[in-house]
Design a protein around this ligand. Structure first.
Ligand code: CA
Length: 261
């Protein structure tokens, strides 16, 4: 399987700063997105630390492992890298008064053959678009999701809830953090979307699906998603990362013909 990646971030219409951070690495076949929180500019520090550290550490590990790593190995490496990032943010938050109380969500996708390994903490999301259907792969670690789970509120009430942004799990808040990890089998033509809540708070799943259905290039899709969130108010920073899968083209050289491939 062959994968293409694209990321875009925007401060939105209401905020001067951007506390989201995102990085995609086509060589290492991964994408990481974080949505920071904390006073002054601490949210920006937390999300940047998380994304930089997880990408750097994981890239180094994947380089060393070459193709020998199993899905299980990659999962373990993701957990270790997120744990390292968590400790660094937690330490910074407890050492510098300006960073006190900072934290960040994180959602990541690592492609390994035809498996996408998803990891997340908090309410940044991963969606899969396949055959005209949009499916949310991650489950928010948020107060709202907990209220939904126990039936305290209905999905309709949730859409208008005032405590949308209260996450129940984040990096940098405690000395350890639990990364939710899932393996998602990939088919050619699948499109994956990682996003911060600045997107899915402004747009419904139906809105997102309608945009992805256009089948345009990743760069156009990313621009459109951000524009639409801004047109609906852009009350928060908006960040997206897109990953599209394609069947690897068959080899058609002389040797391939000789070998009957
Ligand atoms: Ca946000």
């Amino acid at each position: 399987m062959h994968y293409t990646f694209l990321a875009r971030t925007d401060p939105g219409r209401a905020r001067d700063n951007n506390e989201d951070a995102v990085l995609v690495d086509e060589t290492a076949q991964l994408g990481v997105l974080a949505d920071g929180m904390g006073g002054y500019n601490a949210g920006e520090v937390a999300s940047a630390l998380a994304v930089d550290m997880v990408v750097r550490e994981l890239r180094g590990w994947l380089d060393l492992a070459v193709d020998r790593a199993s899905v299980r190995d990659v999962r373990r490496a993701m957990e270790i890298c997120v744990d390292l990032a968590n400790r660094q943010i937690f330490e910074a938050a407890n050492t510098h008064a300006a960073y006190s109380g900072m934290g960040t969500t994180l959602v990541m996708a690592v492609l390994h053959g035809d498996i996408l390994i998803a990891g997340h903490v908090g309410d940044s999301r991963l969606y899969r678009w396949r055959g005209g259907v949009l499916q949310q792969i991650t489950r928010d670690h948020s107060l709202l999701q907990e209220q939904l789970d126990i039936g305290l509120i209905t999905p309709e009430e949730a859409e208008h809830s005032g405590n949308r942004n209260l996450v129940t799990r984040a990096l940098g808040v405690e000395d350890t953090v639990l990364l939710d990890v899932r393996e998602v089998p990939v088919l050619p033509g699948d499109l994956f979307l990682l996003c911060s809540d600045g997107l899915n708070d402004m747009l419904t799943d139906e809105d997102i699906a309608a945009t992805l259905a256009s089948g345009l290039s990743l760069s156009v899709l990313a621009v459109r998603l951000v524009e639409e969130a801004n047109e609906r108010g852009g009350r928060d920073n908006v960040t997206v990362a897109l990953i599209r899968s394609k069947e690897t083209p068959k080899k058609s050289g002389v040797m391939a013909k000789l070998l009957g491939k």
